[in-house]
Design a protein. Structure first.
Lengths: 371, 255
């Protein structure tokens, strides 16, 4: 016969044994224990100035545990990166674009109830990751206001919703997670270096007097075209370029054309071959090849890249040349260094009807930079 | 009746045993961190041999961590290990980048001479496998709204040459021009390990690429003071105007 007292004692012994066995198994059943630590973790930021906006935050880490990850939390704190401790949001810090971009190692993760200081991203399907796999993604944020160190806690989850997921994450009750890690970041001052580059322009010509005519005598033979070259150099750092104008002083006989005081050589505003008319005086410009930048002759005088000679076409707009600021003949759109041999070619031809005499004119070249 | 009450009490006792056993089994597993020192069956967060101390002592106005008889504190390092010594090293990672705010004005640049200036910053990282300091700024820029120009930056280490448009930096002491200083370890090289990065570590050669790492440490480090030397050269066609360089430095620690 089994007494009730003996039976109850045996029952206690059995239950106690069961309890001890259960206690021994608890470590295997608990989901909090044995979370891995993500390695090689850092958060790169694109700008360290306090309160900077539109800062790109690139989160990088390697997972410690082989598992399918469906949720990731990055919690920014001013006080500590220790998971489970209270977390004070850094003053002024705000995640402004919580949708992760440039996802590496994961894909399809999207914003899920992130706050201004806690990034929560999930993917219902998840990404199967193997230990040591690299994970990276970027979000955009506003930096904290103070110039100081702040922290981030990184956690990965097996769930995207419900318990033990980013949805139920809080700083002090993170739930059961797969891996975790702490990170430290810092803002700092920026400083400025200023300097100035002065405006600069230089323009020079080689000759102060030019002669059109026979080399020995300087006399022009009827119906024979003659040319002479004026060389020039120019250098400028004008960011919007320079303009070179041909100007003849007011009151100059012939308004810029060759003149004996009462009679002037014929000039044309549209280019005409020097040897085609009876008499003519004009200008022809070969496009120069500066070492830096480009100089472009005005179309009215341009002979393209070909050197001007007695068969070339010439023109001279005496109205523009004798105007207040002269006639633009060369221009650039930016800085120029033209220190080689650059030619302005004058041409003339005299016909039988041109009265004899000494014909002269005065020209000036004016270089103007636009800075 | 009396027998039923006896059985009931015994069941309660058994349940209490189960609950207590489970509770004590749970305690070790509320701990949050995987310990740094582990074997196949054990793990230890911190190992201390000494007279001991106290953490988290507090009064109404103060809190303190105290130790007695520490024979050594701070970081020691070998090729593969970097233990933190002392009774109560902090458990939180840390990174610091200290850059004094300010503005340097180089005045009017000349094609005949190299303009230069230097600026210091300090970096430190704790419980890290290292840090990098990155420059995140465009080279000196002139912008008047309608026109902009960025000075030619030196994309590889190059000597300063007046009359050539150049912008570059390095983090060492130079003689041509005479500017800059080598990294200084504070308090000493036993505790701090910051270095100038490759490309920025050769005297009299300057480089600048936006996004480059200019300084680093491969391990936790105390404070290293770095001096950045900046050189400017212009040519005759460097567009006129005021050039501004906003130096933004970013420190990233890897933990």
């Amino acid at each position: 016969m089994v007494s009730i007292k003996n039976y109850s004692k045996r029952s206690i012994a059995v239950v106690a044994a069961f309890g001890l066995v259960t206690a021994a198994l608890v470590p295997l059943l608990s989901g909090i224990a044995n979370a891995g630590v993500v390695t090689e973790r850092n958060i790169k930021i694109s700008d360290s100035k306090p309160a900077a906006t539109g800062v790109v935050y690139q989160v990088n880490f390697k997972v410690a545990t082989t598992a399918t990850v469906k949720g990731i939390v990055v919690d920014f704190c001013s006080d500590t990166p220790i998971v489970g401790e209270t977390c004070t949001a850094p003053t002024g810090f705000a995640i402004t674009t919580a949708t992760p971009t440039n996802q590496v190692g994961i894909s399809g993760f999207a914003n899920a109830t992130s706050t201004t200081s806690t990034l929560k991203i999930t993917n219902a399907t998840g990404t199967a990751l193997t230990a040591a796999d690299q994970v990276s993604f970027t979000v955009t944020s506003t930096n904290p206001t103070p110039n100081a160190t702040f922290y981030a806690r990184i956690l990965t989850y097996a769930n995207d919703t419900g318990s033990n997921s980013p949805a139920t994450y809080t700083a002090t009750s993170p739930g059961t997670y797969i891996d975790y890690g702490g990170d430290a970041l810092t803002t700092t001052n920026a400083y400025t270096i200023t300097s100035a580059v002065q405006e600069y322009i230089a323009f020079g010509v080689d000759f102060t007097a030019l002669t059109l005519g026979e080399t020995a005598s300087g006399v022009m033979i009827l119906d024979t075209p003659y040319i002479t070259n004026q060389t020039y150099t120019t250098t400028t750092n004008a960011s919007a370029g320079e303009t070179v104008r041909l100007w003849s002083p007011s009151g100059s006989p012939g308004f810029g054309s060759l003149s004996n005081g009462t009679q002037s050589f014929t000039t044309v505003t549209s280019r005409v071959a020097l040897d085609s008319g009876t008499n003519q005086f004009g200008l022809c410009i070969q496009t120069p090849t500066p070492g830096t930048g480009t100089l472009t002759p005005d179309a009215q005088y341009s002979n393209g890249g070909t050197a001007c000679d007695t068969t070339s076409s010439f023109a001279l707009d005496t109205t523009a040349v004798s105007a207040t600021y002269g006639d633009p003949i060369l221009s650039s759109t930016g800085p120029v260094v033209a220190t080689g041999t650059n030619n302005l070619t004058y041409g003339a031809k005299v016909g039988a009807t041109q009265p004899a005499g000494i014909y002269t004119t005065t020209h000036e070249l004016i270089a103007t930079g636009t800075f | 009746m009396q027998k039923s009450w006896s059985i009931y009490k015994n069941v309660i006792k058994a349940l209490a045993i189960i609950v207590i056993a489970i509770f004590f089994a749970m305690i070790p597993h509320i701990a949050q961190a995987a310990p740094p020192y582990t074997s196949s069956t054990y793990g230890a967060d911190q190992v201390y041999m000494g007279n001991g101390g106290v953490n988290g002592a507090s009064s109404a106005s103060y809190k303190a961590d105290a130790s007695l008889g520490n024979t050594g504190v701070g970081t020691t390092t070998s090729t593969n290990y970097q233990p933190l010594n002392g009774y109560a090293p902090a458990a939180e990672p840390y990174i610091m980048l200290s850059v004094p705010a300010g503005n340097d004005d180089l005045g009017v640049l000349s094609i005949a001479t190299t303009a230069f200036v230097s600026h210091t910053f300090q970096a430190e990282a704790y419980l890290a496998s290292g840090y990098v300091v990155t420059t995140m700024s465009d080279a000196p820029t002139y912008n008047n709204g309608a026109y902009s120009h960025i000075m030619d930056n030196l994309t590889s280490p190059t000597a300063a040459t007046p009359g050539t448009e150049q912008f570059g930096i390095n983090l060492v002491a130079n003689t041509s021009p005479s500017v800059g200083a080598n990294p200084v370890q504070l308090p000493s090289s036993q505790f701090s390990f910051g270095q100038a990065a490759s490309g920025y570590d050769t005297a009299n050669l300057f480089k600048y690429v936006n996004g480059d790492t200019i300084a680093f440490s491969n391990k936790s480090s105390g404070i290293t003071q770095f001096t950045v030397s900046y050189i400017y050269n212009i040519k005759t066609t460097t567009p006129a105007g005021q050039y501004v360089f906003n130096q933004i430095l970013v420190a990233t620690g890897t933990f």
